[in-house]
Write a protein that binds this ligand. Structure first.
Ligand code: ZN
Length: 325
C-alpha cells in the first residue's frame, strides 16, 4: 500500500531497464528445455505470456503476438476497468508472466500490482507516447464534489485514455513489436511483421477518422466521462465532459455549466457510454433538447467486433451527431 515518491522514482528507473530485464525474466521463467527449444519462458509451451490489463492492449497484444504468445486479459468484459480488482490468482500470475501491458493511471489495482510484482516486466503505454494533461474540474472551482481524479483512480497528471487516438496507438503497436522481438529473438521477424501490420491498420483508421471528421457543422462533443480527450485533440473536436469519474454524480453546478455550453454550442447529441449509467446524460439531453447516442471509450471488449470496428462505429456515431458530410 505504501507508495512514497522514492519508490516511484526507483520504479521509473526500473522501467528503463525492462528491455534487458525482460530477457532475463523470461529466460529465468522457462523450463530447462526452453533454451534448446529456442523458446523463452512463461506459460503455454515455451511461448512468452503477455498479460494485458485492459481490452485495447489485449487486442493489440493478440495482433502483434499472433500465435507466438499467450495473451492473458485481466479485465472482464462489461466491467468498468477503472474499478478492476485483481484476484489473488491474477496477482500470483504477474510474478511469472513475461510482460504486463497496461496504461498507468487507468487501473489503480494494476498499477500497484505491477509495482510490487512485475516492476521489471511492465510495458506502460503511457511512457511511449506524448500524453495530454488531465482535465481537472475540481481545481476550476467546482470543489465541493471532491477531487474527482483521485476517486477515478487517476493518480497521474495526464489523461490515460490514449488508445482513443489511433495514431498514438500505432506507436504503441510498433514498440510492442520491438519489445517482443527483443524478448523472443527466435521469432523476432514475426513480431515485427505483425506489429507493422497492426500499425498500418491503425494508421488507416486514423486517416478515416481525420477525413470523416474534417468538415462537420459542429465540433463540440458532450460526453458522460471525460475519456475522449485524445480523440478530440487528434481530430480537432472540443470535449465537454460532464464528469471526470465514470461513477461519480456530477455536482449541480457542473451540470448547469455543461447545459449552458451545450445550448450555446447548439449541441444536438449528448453522448453516453457503454458501461456507465446513461441517467445523467439523459436528464441533460432533455434539458437542452438534444438526443443521446452511445460513444464507446473501448475500456472493455465490445459486445461484438473488436477495437477497429468499435472505433469505426464511433466515427459513424460522431458523423451523425456533428452533421459531418
Ligand atoms: Zn476512463
Amino acid at each position: 500500500m505504501m507508495s512514497d515518491s522514492s519508490r516511484r522514482i526507483r520504479m521509473r528507473a526500473a522501467g528503463l531497464l525492462t528491455g534487458t530485464a525482460l530477457l532475463a525474466a523470461t529466460a529465468a521463467c522457462g523450463s530447462g528445455a526452453a533454451e534448446s527449444a529456442g523458446g523463452t519462458g512463461g506459460a503455454g509451451g515455451g511461448r512468452p505470456e503477455v498479460t494485458a490489463a485492459l481490452y485495447p492492449l489485449q487486442w493489440l497484444a493478440e495482433q502483434v503476438g499472433g500465435g507466438d504468445v499467450t495473451v492473458i486479459g485481466l479485465a472482464e468484459p462489461g466491467v468498468e476497468p477503472h474499478d478492476l480488482e485483481l484476484t489473488p490468482a491474477q496477482v500470483a500470475g504477474l510474478e511469472k508472466t513475461s510482460l504486463v501491458a497496461y496504461v498507468k493511471g487507468v487501473q489503480p489495482a494494476v498499477d500497484e500490482a505491477v509495482e510490487q510484482h512485475a516492476a521489471d516486466r511492465g510495458f506502460d503505454a503511457a511512457t511511449l507516447v506524448k500524453t495530454l494533461a488531465a482535465e481537472e474540474h475540481a481545481e476550476e472551482g467546482h470543489g465541493e464534489e471532491g477531487h474527482a481524479e483521485e476517486e477515478h483512480g487517476h493518480e497521474v497528471s495526464y489523461d490515460p485514455h490514449l488508445w482513443l487516438d489511433p495514431s498514438r496507438f500505432a506507436t504503441v503497436a510498433t514498440r510492442l513489436g520491438e519489445k517482443l522481438a527483443a524478448a523472443d529473438p527466435a521469432r523476432a521477424a514475426g513480431y515485427r511483421e505483425r506489429a507493422a501490420k497492426a500499425a498500418a491498420d491503425l494508421t488507416a483508421l486514423d486517416g478515416e477518422l481525420a477525413q470523416g471528421l474534417a468538415d462537420c457543422a459542429s465540433r463540440s462533443i458532450v460526453t458522460g466521462h471525460e475519456a475522449f480527450g485524445y480523440l478530440a485533440d487528434r481530430y480537432k473536436l472540443k470535449q465537454v465532459g460532464i464528469s471526470v469519474d465514470p461513477d461519480a454524480e456530477p455536482s449541480p453546478a457542473r451540470l448547469a455549466e455543461v447545459a449552458e455550453v451545450a445550448k450555446r454550442e447548439k449541441v444536438t447529441t449528448i453522448f453516453t457510454e457503454t458501461l456507465v449509467s446513461p441517467k445523467v446524460a439523459e436528464v441533460l439531453a432533455q434539458e437542452v433538447g438534444a438526443t443521446t447516442a452511445v460513444l464507446d471509450p473501448i475500456e472493455s471488449r465490445p459486445a461484438d467486433g473488436d477495437y477497429l470496428s468499435a472505433m469505426r462505429q464511433n466515427l459513424t456515431t460522431l458523423k451523425k451527431a456533428l452533421s459531418c458530410p
